[in-house]
Design a binder for this molecule. Sequence first.
Ligand SMILES: NC(=O)c1ccc[n+]([C@@H]2O[C@H](COP(=O)([O-])OP(=O)(O)OC[C@H]3O[C@@H](n4cnc5c(N)ncnc54)[C@H](OP(=O)(O)O)[C@@H]3O)[C@@H](O)[C@H]2O)c1
Length: 382
Amino acid sequence: MKIGLLGHGVVGSGVTAITDSCAVKKVRRLEVSRILVKDEWEMTDPRCTTNVEDILSDPEIEIVAECMGGIEPAHTFVRRALESGKHVVTSNKKMFAAYCGELFELAKENGVSIRYEASCGGGIPWISNLTRIRRLEPVTSFRGIFNGTTNYILSRMARTGSDFAQNLAEAQKLGYAEKDPTDDIAGYDVRYKTAITAMKAFGAIVNAEEIPTLGIADVSADDIRWASENGYVLKLFGAGRNLDDGVSLWVMPVMTGDQQVFAHITDNFNAVESESPTLGPAMFVGQGAGSLPTAHAVVQDLLDIYQDQDAEAAYAERKTVNNDTVCARFYVRTAKPEAFADVCETGIGNGAFLTKELPLSELLAMMKGCGDEHVFAAMVME
Ligand SMILES: NC(=O)c1ccc[n+]([C@@H]2O[C@H](COP(=O)([O-])OP(=O)(O)OC[C@H]3O[C@@H](n4cnc5c(N)ncnc54)[C@H](OP(=O)(O)O)[C@@H]3O)[C@@H](O)[C@H]2O)c1
């Protein structure tokens, strides 16, 4: 089966590394026959081309694997591949979170499938386990650590007592964080994955921008120290719950109890947990990023298509994000603590305090109106 690969960066080169050298017979039958690169100087392999038509108009290519990233032109290329009757595998969470509804419809109309294991949870595998659970029963909720870069930064801050900027620089040096780390540290990467998980777990297509999202850009060494002195570990969470009227989805830092499994997930690892009626809680841990772990997920998707595993059905429907049921205590640190006087329960010092239990929506409104754009908040989860 011939495959056209779009993008030959970290993930794309991992895909060719696996498909070119794997001894498994079925994988040997997956032949990456063309690779799209951007510039002539990147044509390091005889299969490379800078003309996407060499892939999209080649009738022998049956699957397009999109590992370019970004919204455009990835979205247009994926659309065109589906329209011309090619299956698609993508690792691109940003594009897929924005267009999954439209792309499922297009795949259905053209009798092909679109798969996206690598877009969410990297090599864990998370999406295929949710598929298995949903064959038997609904998934009621999910939560967890979806981003390896921020987990690396937070666990290193906890271990060394050093500050955020220093650890972000270290993560960039190691290639965990990109030059522009905004998507990771502002929580947008987790937001895309939360939206994709809601689609798989609940059959809910949401507007990802409706998901309230707080990142870790303003976390301080003092926040981390307070957490460890008080039996907590700080993690960035994405979470969701299926409701009768919509879906509850949020992304924010969480003070998780230091006896919880999540507290022991360190460095660039991810850990995500689903909850369903008979299976109960099921946790999946693994490398959420990296060339080969992510490429492993792409190749698994390619194999599923090759083996004609039941194609992804376009069962999902549009739902609104509704966080009315999310109530918790929060850790807050701000230069304007007076704006939170009504909800403050325990003062900690240096503008930090614990709130009484209150709705997430109330906290978000207070943060927006408090006049401190660097206010930091984390949900307390015993
Ligand atoms: N890295 C990971 O661990 C990981 C994990 C899970 C998911 N993902 C997702 O996988 C996707 C790829 O990530 P990556 O880390 O492999 O990124 P990357 O290293 O930047 O690779 C992307 C490649 O695509 C190329 N490209 C971009 N636009 C192109 C165009 N119009 N035509 C031809 N080539 C083009 C880029 O070329 P230039 O460099 O010249 O722009 C680059 O070589 C992203 O959506 C990312 O979010 C990555």
